[in-house]
Design a protein around this ligand. Structure first.
Ligand code: ADP
Ligand code: MG
Length: 310
């Protein structure tokens, strides 16, 4: 055997040994719902100072996949961890603003629409406190639906939201933008303002339909407007372990996106719609529920991921 082939042989056997050690079933963490060993995520260290914020868009052009539910509940779970959080309602439906118990958002004097369209309105003036300590809201209402057509004619139209958030970035640790179910100019503004995008996917038939178009949009934004934008992760929502169907859909999501899929999945439970009706995050409405704990677990997982990303 020549020297080099002996070296290769040694390298091969070392690799085989390390693979054998890594895959020893006695060592492996138990498999989670995504069929990967599920690590345990540590409690994040407390913060002594705040900001500047990581801005994250919660985005999927399909409606009803859990964007708003994820924004409010992940936001509340991050606030529980002592993080200062600003939620941005960037959907003219205003579901996040209703969901945070602000009543009818049509009654609000100032919303993100005024901020986008009127000179002299300051971001700080529009921000509202929520019932969750450490979590604020930049509300919207149906007026925002008119903004898109008007913004089309603006110079630097994709950068407007980013510019409006700049004055408050230092005040928060995370700014989460609840996007509308479309890939139009508002969503492009959100992606352009963000360092990360989090994509909820419903564990249902057609979960992947449209995802290619979403990826294309993200890539275009990365290429033309915001090189910094990273995919923070894909979140499986409305999961029901009792049905083969949702298990299969989750399997397909993991096949497509691998380690970009969060280990934490959100189960389907009626507690979310119930919490929506009372306008509270589930972490307050039913603090010990499975849903509340799932978003707490997700908060720990994303904090670890964000820490690795930055
Ligand atoms: P999106 O913002 O993507 O349109 P929502 O977060 O508003 O989606 O969710 C759509 C509906 O599904 C809401 O009524 C919400 O309460 C409900 N929902 C969200 N997540 C879950 C879940 N994990 N289990 C059951 N219902 C859910
Ligand atoms: Mg929504």
């Amino acid at each position: 055997m020549t020297d080099s082939s002996a070296q290769q042989e040694r390298a091969r056997s070392e690799r085989a040994l390390s693979t054998a050690i890594a895959t020893d079933p006695r060592d492996a963490a138990p498999l989670g719902p995504t069929q990967r060993p599920k690590p345990s995520f540590p409690d994040p260290p407390g913060l002594t100072e705040h900001g500047p914020a990581r801005i994250v868009s919660v985005c999927n052009q399909k409606g009803g996949v859990g964007k708003t539910t994820t924004t409010i509940n992940l936001g509340a779970a991050l606030a529980e961890q002592g993080r200062r959080v600003l939620l941005v309602d960037f959907d003219p439906q205003g579901a996040l603003s209703v969901g945070l118990g602000k009543g009818d958002p049509r009654q609000l004097d100032l919303t993100i629409y005024n901020l986008l369209m009127e000179r002299g309105v300051e971001t700080e003036e529009v921000i509202l406190e929520t019932s969750v300590e450490g979590m604020d809201l930049l509300p919207s209402n149906i007026d925002l639906s008119g903004a898109e057509v008007q913004l089309v004619h603006e110079v630097g139209r994709e950068y407007i939201l980013g510019g409006l958030l700049k004055p408050v970035v230092a005040d928060y640790d995370y700014i989460m933008i609840d996007c509308q179910p479309s890939l139009g100019l508002l969503t492009v503004n959100a992606l352009t303002a963000s360092q990360g995008v989090l994509v909820p996917l419903e564990c249902e038939y057609f979960a992947m339909r449209g995802v290619a178009l979403l990826m294309e949009t993200i890539e275009k934004v990365q290429g033309r407007l915001n090189q910094e934008l990273a995919i923070d992760g894909f979140l499986a929502t409305m999961y029901d372990s009792r049905t083969l169907h949702t298990r299969e859909v989750l399997g397909r999501i993991v096949d497509a996106f691998g380690d970009q899929v969060f280990h934490t999945v959100i189960n389907r439970t009626v507690r979310f719609p119930d919490a929506t009706v009372v306008g509270e995050p589930i972490t307050r409405f039913d603090p010990s529920s499975m849903g509340a704990n799932a978003y707490r677990e997700l908060a720990k997982e994303v904090l670890q991921r964000w820490h690795l990303l930055t």
